[in-house]
Design a protein around this ligand. Structure first.
Ligand code: ADP
Length: 457
């Protein structure tokens, strides 16, 4: 299977596409490895994770380069992702050593109820192309630290990052069968993974359509499904906010990875009196970004992943302008760059709330500014979405931060910040954005079953 550079379309590598038979072998290997792996102490299971962490740090440049070549993100950003992804390996190696349980009072003097957690078995993990390194470690590390075994399928656009990580896992000496990688055509691989009786859980990050498909298929075998689907993050800026800070965080949230992140600020809800000022500040920051091939020094915004992604971005911008939004900057490919691959950071003002860019996930470097007049209106606009992953709000008023923050129907709310993926925090959404958490204590519990022992003596 050829892997292509989204900046140029040229082939940058090849991986072996797994047949359905290969996938079944991987599942069987994971099943065979499970009892021995689960029986190890958490510290013993942490050892290969700690070794893998050290190896990722050692090879961070190589991993980042592969990531840029196949995913397009600028090298420095790719390296940040690799290093962030490495944190999950170390953090879960340690977190698995804290297998907290509960002891409940019994119904009589001689009874105690012990609540503890146990690994589930074989997990199937399916990851997307936009964070091809860190989302692999964010799933695999808690899964195996908790005593499960894994079969992982990376996105067909970006398998090289996963291959390099699994080579590291191999060197880190996970016992055979504990971590397995299958690349290739998603549909037949997905069919085997969802159909295999040994697979007890599917952990998926990707599109709503595929998430729903996996959920339907998993229902047949009553498998647990963890879903991290799209987002449509509102970025709410009140007039009492530090506007320079808000603009800087917005530029990061909106333009990193060319806007192709599920927690990207998708709708900028801004109090009317400061809308022009925020538009001016954000356009100024957008002008400092340099679009191009991610391996070129100084480039801060890479290509979009493919032509389909670009077409959607163009449609969203044209639709907004057709509804009388004002284009403050961008709106097309920067001159000299292939318009089928690149798009300039774009800011739109006076965007009506029913424009496509305000109602659908754009997944591109386009910031639509939508004015509001009251806290109530801001909350209503922010919550008017089937998604519920990430939200941002900017204010200097602590009372408002609590009131508005807690009223937002989102799994994660950042106040005066533009980032949410901390290793120790439970990342995940509600409503149409899926179910389940990655990161933090909750990210480990996601892959463990609760059992209680009723002890009577
Ligand atoms: P995107 O639109 O971001 O590419 P997808 O949901 O298509 O999102 O892809 C996310 C992951 O899901 C990728 O690893 C992709 O290969 C995988 N995938 C796509 N279709 C299926 C399927 N039918 N069964 C299992 N996995 C799939």
């Amino acid at each position: 299977m050829a892997v292509r550079d989204p900046s140029t379309g040229s082939e940058v590598g090849r991986v072996i596409a797994a047949t359905p038979g290969d996938v079944r072998m991987a599942v069987e290997a994971a099943q065979r490895a499970f009892p021995g792996w689960a029986a190890l102490s958490p510290d013993e299971r942490g050892a290969p994770l700690r070794r893998a962490h050290a190896l990722v740090l050692e090879r961070a440049d190589d991993l980042a380069r592969a990531l840029t070549l196949e995913g397009g993100k600028p090298f420095d950003e790719a390296k940040d992702e690799v290093l962030w992804g490495a944190e999950f390996l170390l953090w879960y190696a340690e977190e698995a050593r804290r297998p907290w349980g509960e002891i409940l009072a019994g119904n009589g003097p001689n009874q105690r109820l012990y609540v503890h957690r146990r690994p589930r078995g074989v997990l199937a993990c399916i990851t997307p192309w936009n964070f091809p390194s860190s989302l692999v470690t964010r799933k695999v590390a808690p899964a195996v630290a908790g005593g499960n075994t894994v079969v992982l399928k990376p996105a067909e656009q970006t398998p090289l990052s996963a291959v390099l990580l699994f080579e590291i896992f191999d060197e880190a000496a996970f016992p055979p069968g504990v971590v397995n990688l299958v690349c290739g055509d998603p549909e037949p691989i997905g069919e085997v993974l969802t159909g295999a009786p040994q697979v007890r859980q599917i952990s998926f990050t990707g599109s709503v359509e595929v998430g729903k498909l996996l959920l339907r298929r998993a229902a047949e075998g009553v498998k647990k499904v963890t879903l991290e689907l799209g987002g449509h993050a509102p970025f709410v800026v009140f007039s009492d906010a530090d506007l320079d800070l808000a603009a800087a965080k917005l530029a990061f949230s909106k333009f990193q990875n060319a806007g192709q992140t599920c927690i990207a600020a998708n709708r900028v809800l801004v109090e009317r009196g400061i809308a022009d000022e925020l538009g001016r500040l954000l356009s100024g920051l957008a002008a400092t970004l340099r679009v191009g091939d991610g391996l070129e020094p100084g480039v801060t915004v890479g290509p979009l992943i493919d032509g389909r992604a670009l077409a959607k971005v163009r449609d969203h911008v044209a639709d907004a302008i057709g509804r009388d939004a004002r284009l403050l900057c961008g709106g097309e490919a920067p001159s000299g760059l292939d318009p089928e691959r690149f798009f300039a950071p774009t800011v739109l003002a006076d965007v009506p709330a029913d424009a496509r860019v305000a109602t659908e996930e754009t997944f591109g470097p386009v910031a639509p500014l939508i004015p509001f007049d009251s806290d109530e209106e801001a909350v209503a606009l922010a919550n008017a979405s089937e998604y519920g992953l990430a939200a941002y709000l900017f204010t200097r008023d602590l009372g408002r931060a609590h009131r508005v923050g807690e009223a937002l129907d989102y799994g994660m709310v950042a106040v005066n910040d533009g980032a949410l993926g901390w290793v120790q925090a439970p990342f995940g959404g509600i409503k149409g954005s899926g179910d389940g958490r990655e990161g933090g204590r909750q990210g480990l519990e996601e892959y463990l079953d609760v059992q209680y022992l009723s002890l009577n003596f």
